[in-house]
Design a binder for this molecule. Structure first.
Ligand code: FES
Ligand SMILES: [Fe+2]
Length: 431
């Protein structure tokens, strides 16, 4: 007999969520279906597969896929599953398959666009039972925005742009930092793996309550002890959290960036002056002189697109990969500004490692905390995780976004509200 349906209306409340959402494998299984198989999921950036035949292996939830550019430069997202007897046809994380893919089990071959091109001893099939053209690799729908590619196993008429919604100008803020108006994610990547639930990192990336505490060391090393962090994060501070709808959110540092160059503008630090001038000139050529100051003032945004895409200063994309209820992998890609001087991009890579690398000053602290969170969830006397900061003071703005002070839990509430909608819809997508 099937178990009782999980009551997400009860588990996800306006001001608190139940611990079971982080530790129950049955919930993880439903998430893989209702979220990761019925929603736009980030799989990679066009620049990762810029050349014909280039591919990267990724996942839609637990389902393995290959993002590949075919010989005619078309992009495809293919299920990484041989149509014969099920076998991954590709095991390496990236490479060039201009010559096609070959299954290692019985040797079926596929073109980079997924057509079945050959099979050993094909006489073993009668044409009444088997047609080669019916057994290409399964294709998944993809859409992209400014080069960022998302896949959806069941789009059901819901577009990527509708999902990205109010987060779209933030992607534009990113590409505007590049003289060419494009970014590239081909400078390698960092990986972290942690023993805790995937949603913790999605909540954490929008949590501006913790940095002055958990990341105190990084802040002191970066700015010296004299900087007053309350002026950014505290009650008098000018950073804000912004619930953008659809589970997307932002920590809005724009005002602070304009005031003090708070986050890394690519023009600070140990960058040679002539490189700075060349970068400026490159931006001015595309945007016009007046907009350069504004674009550099806003600098890198800090935001998240549900369920698995994060963008953080300094120029870092994170792809979140859920592996099980209590295991998650994170891929960090330094974001290179196309046509910027090498000194600027080198500095962005250096700062990514400095903050998020294995010995970095920020990400390892967060990851330790996720694992401690997961451990603490085993204490079952009070199973609620509260989300009440700013509940009564947050404001809805004209564009529909909901804004709170940096230290409030506005964005986490937005994330959970969207989660509950997805988890309570029926098989037809109705909520
Ligand atoms: S499983 Fe791939 S060729 Fe048989
Ligand atoms: Fe953090």
């Amino acid at each position: 007999m099937a178990g009782a349906a999980i009551d997400y209306q009860d588990l996800v409340r306006r001001d608190q969520v139940h611990a079971r959402l982080y530790y129950d494998p049955a919930i993880f299984e439903e998430e893989m279906d209702k979220i990761f198989s019925h929603h736009w999921v980030y799989v990679g950036h066009e620049s990762e597969v810029a050349e014909p035949g280039e591919f990267v292996c990724r996942w839609l939830g637990l389902q393995p896929v290959i993002l590949v550019r075919d010989r005619k430069r078309q992009l495809h997202l293919l299920m990484n599953r041989c149509r014969h007897r099920s076998n991954t046809i590709c095991q390496v994380e990236r490479g060039n398959a201009a010559g096609g893919f070959r299954c290692a089990y019985h040797g079926w071959t596929y073109s980079p666009s997924g057509e079945l091109t050959g099979l050993p001893y094909s006489v073993g099939y009668d044409s009444r039972d088997f047609r080669k053209e019916d057994y290409g690799l399964i294709r998944v729908t993809i859409e992209s925005c400014h080069g960022f590619i998302f896949g959806n196993l069941n789009p059901g008429g819901h577009s990527l742009l509708a999902q990205i919604g109010a987060a779209r100008p933030l992607l534009e803020q990113v590409i505007n930092l590049a003289p060419a108006g494009e970014v590239m994610l081909r400078a390698g990547l960092l990986k972290h793996k942690y023993r805790a639930n995937w949603k913790m990192t999605m909540e954490n990336v929008l949590d501006a309550y913790h940095p002055p505490v958990l990341h105190q060391t990084a802040f002191h090393l970066g700015t010296g002890k004299s900087f007053n962090w309350d002026s950014v994060y505290g009650p008098e501070g000018n950073a804000r959290t912004r619930d953008l709808g659809n589970g997307n959110g932002q920590i809005d540092f724009n005002a602070q960036n304009r005031k003090s160059g708070f986050f890394f503008q690519g023009l600070k630090g140990d960058i040679d002056e002539s490189a700075q001038r060349a970068y400026h000139a490159g931006l001015a050529k595309r945007l016009g002189q007046e907009r350069v100051a504004q674009v550099l003032g806003d600098s890198d945004p800090h935001f998240s697109i549900f369920p698995n895409f994060n963008y953080l200063p300094p120029g870092q994309v994170r792809l979140i990969r859920p592996v099980s209820i209590d295991e998650t992998h994170i891929y960090y890609f330094p974001v290179m500004l196309k046509d910027a001087p090498i000194e600027i991009n080198r500095e962005r890579i250096r700062r990514s490692g400095y903050m998020h690398g294995p010995a970095g000053l920020v990400a390892p602290d967060d990851i330790d905390v996720y694992e401690r969170n997961q451990e603490a969830l085993k204490a079952r006397q009070d199973e609620w995780v509260i989300l009440r900061r700013g509940l009564r003071t947050e404001q809805r703005e004209e564009d529909g976004s909901i804004v709170g002070m940096a230290y409030e839990e506005t964005t986490q509430r937005g994330l959970w509200r969207h989660y509950r909608q997805l988890m309570t819809r029926d098989a037809n997508g109705a909520i």
